[in-house]
Design a protein around this ligand. Structure first.
Ligand code: ASP
Ligand code: MG
Length: 399
């Protein structure tokens, strides 16, 4: 019988410097020596993707997205080659591959591409030869043979997509945090670790802003039933730790009915003066400029929409081409969206009301601009400067 395949992914802070790369190499070799065929996906070292973005913005305020992809994909190539060398130094055979060499095929949306197919033929050949394979995360090749990147945080998606395509036993996402917590422990130190979550709950948490796992990666894991572990890079390989994400949450978990809190704190908002006749034109304008508002409020005389700050360059460029007489205003105040995530959010009105009452009672400065509920979450949009305080209030009143 062939040895099981394990995909491990190491985030930017885990490969930030030579010392940490060597520790990762040790953990990879430990998995290999315990009998796995190992594929490792790496992020760019430390903040290097941010540095590359800064370099690009030093050239132009609107970098061309194709060239951004050429630039950003270099970050992961540095870590893949260094990690491969570190593993070889420990006496194992290793080989590194870019996303395109790994057979990751994407659509042609530069800077935010979606994986459409994975053909990991070269990876399979090298595993067959007994090698450890290191793959540059966050990138692929479009059907037009262009290099693409998968959106910020996209290395998780590389790892899960490869795990699915290779029929891996599991996919470990390793970072500087030891799993998923019911709230961000930097904001709420008493927040507890969660032992297991369903794919749906995890995806909702990630979409609501939890940083540990990328939402698209979780969706990919759900579609392909890949068992996903969120673990600390400093954990000993093979010892149980972290959070397991799988089809069903552990039913013995008594936190089953407790929601978790996530925060998306990089939003901006725009208002347009409109009459209902403008609405179709506004929607067409968004489509032309690839703008996807997270939430929009359509009034008889105005449209108010919230966007990711990452899309600010798209927004700035689009503003000059807005439908006439709509006087678009991109507001300066940074906004945050805080969500309670859990089962029965939309069926049980208590969560939205409890949260709203608590926020109103605790601090009159915290103005809630918009609320929103769906099957798994109840969300509150507030000014970003109040986000920590608002999370603490929600934690104290709802968990
Ligand atoms: N290096 C990329 C980023 O910083 C991708 C990743 O780390 O997942 O967004
Ligand atoms: Mg990440």
């Amino acid at each position: 019988m062939q040895q099981p395949i394990l995909v491990q992914k190491y985030g930017g802070s885990s490969v930030a410097d030579p010392q940490r790369l060597k520790q990762v190499a040790e953990r990879v070799v430990a998995a290999y020596r315990q009998g796995y065929r190992v594929v490792v996906v790496v992020s760019a070292m430390g903040d290097s993707t941010d540095h590359l973005m800064t370099l690009a913005r030093g050239m132009t305020s609107h970098p061309h997205r194709r060239e951004l992809d050429m630039l950003l994909s270099a970050g992961e190539r540095i870590s893949m080659a260094l990690l491969s060398m570190a593993i070889q130094e420990l006496g194992c055979e290793a080989i590194s591959f870019t996303g395109s060499q790994s057979g990751i095929l994407t659509n042609d949306r530069h800077f935010d591409a979606r994986i459409i197919e994975v053909r990991p033929i070269r990876i399979q050949d090298e595993l067959e030869r007994g090698k450890i394979v290191i793959v540059a995360g966050f990138q692929g090749m479009s059907y037009k043979r262009e290099i693409t990147t998968l959106g910020r945080g996209g290395s998780d998606t590389t790892a899960v997509a490869l795990a699915a395509a290779l029929g891996a036993e599991a996919c470990e996402i390793c970072s500087d945090v030891d799993g998923i917590y019911e709230a961000d422990p930097r904001v709420i130190p008493e927040a507890q670790q969660i032992a297991s979550l369903s794919y749906e709950e995890m995806e909702a948490l990630s979409r609501a802003g939890a940083k540990v796992l990328h939402a698209d990666a979780v969706a990919w894991a759900r579609q392909n039933q890949v068992a996903l572990y969120a673990r600390s890079t400093s954990s000993t390989f093979g010892e149980p730790s972290g959070t397991l994400i799988r089809r069903d949450r552990d039913l013995e978990d008594d936190n089953l009915m407790r929601p978790a809190i996530a925060c998306m704190n990089d939003l901006c908002w725009m208002t347009l003066d409109t009459t209902p006749e403008h609405h179709g034109k506004v929607a067409a304008w968004w489509k032309t400029f690839h703008l996807t508002p997270l939430w929009s409020h359509w009034n008889p005389n105005a449209v108010q929409s919230f966007f990711r700050r990452d899309d600010e360059d798209l927004l700035q460029r689009a503003l000059a081409h807005a439908p006439p007489e709509t006087h678009p205003t991109l507001h300066n105040t940074p906004m945050a969206c805080i969500s309670l995530v859990g089962q029965n959010m939309s069926r049980d009105p208590q969560w939205l009301s409890r949260g709203m009452e608590a926020l109103a009672a605790a601090d009159p400065d915290i103005l809630v601009y918009q609320t929103h509920t769906d099957a798994l979450r109840a969300s509150f949009i507030v000014e970003a400067e109040h986000q920590a305080r608002a999370q603490q209030i929600l934690y104290a009143s709802c968990l």
